[in-house]
Design a protein. Structure first.
Length: 129
């Protein structure tokens, strides 16, 4: 396991703990019609996807910069497509809570994507000597 991935795992664990605490607080204190019974499954899906994509991108970053850029764009496009299909599937399978499930989905998407971009930027940013 590389040093960069080990460092990422530490920050990712903290991020998961904070985000999980936020989800727990939301499920505990929000009105019942604003909570989602399967929110923890969505949370786990986003966490595992972020972990896998980040590991793939760190390995891709060891190659030429052009290779990393192509792989980053490809995986980001594929991930966005899969997320969109999952959001549509979730919304149509649970029409009674479609609005709440899409809200949870969008919050998870933005939070996990922001974390992933910040993590990648922190790893690949140019270092001044």
């Amino acid at each position: 396991m590389s040093k960069a991935f080990s460092r990422f795992l530490i920050f990712f664990g903290l991020f998961i703990a904070l985000t999980g605490a936020g989800l727990w607080a939301w499920n505990t204190y929000a009105p019942a019609e604003k909570t989602l019974s399967y929110a923890w499954y969505l949370f786990a899906f986003f966490a595992l996807t972020t972990l896998g994509v980040h590991a793939f991108l760190l390995r891709s970053g060891e190659a030429k910069p052009q290779v990393f850029i192509r792989r980053f764009m490809a995986i980001t496009s594929a991930k966005m497509f899969v997320y969109l299909m999952l959001a549509v599937l979730v919304a149509f399978s649970d029409k009674a809570q479609a609005q709440v499930s899409l809200f949870h989905f969008l919050v998870f998407y933005f939070v996990f994507t922001a974390f992933e971009v910040v993590s990648l930027y922190g790893h690949f940013r140019p270092r001044s000597n």
